[in-house]
Design a binder for this molecule. Structure first.
Ligand code: C5P
Length: 397
């Protein structure tokens, strides 16, 4: 079921657009609200009137429509729904998405959204098989775009092969899966990620080599199991995943404030590489080199966010997970750290330069719990995240 969910449906220009009308009906039957967007080419195949009548809402068509823009700006429109669905997704729309173009309402919404995007491609088999479309599809998959279809079949053009749009019910089921009716549905999980930046003056800061890749993968894996994820992230290299509530911060103190301000969570995962110190009395003006000699920097310890949350008397998440980036005696240090901080689980990893783990695509972790240590094999950070998310779902029951 999709009760209470809101779908922004972009209808592209293809003969399969007629199936989009049935898709609207199926989505509404399941309790979803559908806001339709019709491309110029889409309007050649279905009328705005039939789309609007079935959706029970106005159809958005024009990027520069003053009335529509005054009611709901295109940025807001791209973010007000739970998910963006493109059906049919033409070769042209896929090309625009892959290239980051924004020359009409549909492509602008797709570029501006922070929600998950699912496309149902539909095109002639030769167009689907064309190297350009193959490249675009690969690019879109790497960008995290979800696909429903295309399937093999007879096409309106008389040819047979892949390129046929998935049936409305298949698209509905892909939407239901993506909107995460999973074991963590109804659970709130907090994830911290990325490095922190601790300012020295307005242009300089102290940072670390964290890319945010592992925290981002964990947030996405928890989302995929249905959790509502609050993602508190320092200035990471890797973009935040779609479909989570992003709270960007810069310093450790801001990260603590964001964590304290978040709604009560069932589980909290502290994957951020938080700086241990900040510069006391960071200068408000750029520090000049020269006459006054070398600058003297004073340091103060940052709040330990993981320890603060783990040791809360009230409002402690029932599962608190920390990370321990170590360069020697990994398990020994991690075991001591788990006890010291008071968290339930600690994922320890060796971040010595030779491992390529910090900033890299893979991770090798040891899961330290009250029951002992599990050594996980070296694997892709997404695989570590999926395994951790499954374990969290199991622990929360
Ligand atoms: O003490 P250490 O930095 O090694 O601990 C790592 C763990 O503690 C990570 O989970 C990190 O996110 C968390 N941490 C924190 N606040 C700090 C320092 C670390 O939440 N100030």
């Amino acid at each position: 079921m999709l009760n209470g969910k809101s779908i922004l449906l972009i209808v592209g220009g293809g003969i399969a657009a007629f199936k989009a009308l049935d898709l609207v009906r199926r989505l509404r039957e399941r309790g979803a609200a559908v806001t339709p967007v019709l491309t110029g080419a889409g309007a050649e195949f279905v009328t705005p009137l039939s789309l609007s009548a079935l959706a029970g809402q106005q159809v958005y068509r024009d990027l520069f429509d003053l009335t529509a823009e005054a009611e709901m700006g295109h940025i807001e429109l791209s973010r007000a729904s739970d998910m963006v669905v493109v059906a049919p997704a033409t070769a042209d729309l896929m090309g625009k998405m892959a290239g980051g173009l924004a020359d009409d309402l549909a492509s602008t919404l797709l570029l501006a959204t922070d929600k998950r995007v699912l496309i149902a491609p539909a095109m002639n088999v030769r167009m689907w098989d064309h190297p350009a479309t193959r490249r675009n599809a690969e690019r879109l998959r790497a960008d995290g775009i979800l696909f429903a279809g295309p399937t093999d079949g007879n096409m309106a053009c008389g040819e047979y092969g892949p390129g046929r749009m998935a049936e409305p019910l298949e698209i509905v089921s892909a939407i239901e899966t993506a909107l995460g009716q999973g074991p963590l549905t109804g659970r709130h999980v907090l994830v911290t990620s990325g490095p922190t930046h601790e300012p020295i003056d307005p242009v300089r800061y102290i940072a670390n080599r964290s890319s945010g890749a592992q925290g981002t993968a964990i947030a996405a894996a928890l989302r995929d199991l249905g959790a509502q994820v609050t993602f508190v992230t320092g200035p990471a290299v890797v973009p935040a995943p779609a479909g989570v509530d992003v709270v960007p911060v810069e310093t450790a103190r801001q990260m603590l404030a964001a964590v304290e301000a978040a709604d009560p969570a069932d589980a909290a995962i502290f994957a951020a590489a938080v700086a241990d110190w900040h510069v006391t009395e960071a200068s408000h003006q750029k520090i000049k080199k020269g006459a006054n000699g070398l600058p003297e920097l004073g340091f103060a310890e940052n709040p330990d966010i993981l320890a603060a949350v783990s040791q809360r008397d009230r409002g402690r998440p029932s599962l608190v997970v920390g990370f321990a980036a170590e360069t020697e005696k990994v398990v020994e240090h991690a075991t001591a750290k788990r006890a010291r901080k008071g968290c339930d689980w600690l994922l320890a990893n060796d971040v010595s330069p030779g491992t390529g783990i910090m900033g890299g695509a893979e991770n090798k972790v040891h899961l330290v719990t009250a029951d002992g240590v599990e050594d996980w094999p070296r694997m892709d950070k997404n695989a570590v995240a999926a395994r951790l998310a499954a374990k969290i779902a199991e622990a929360l029951g």
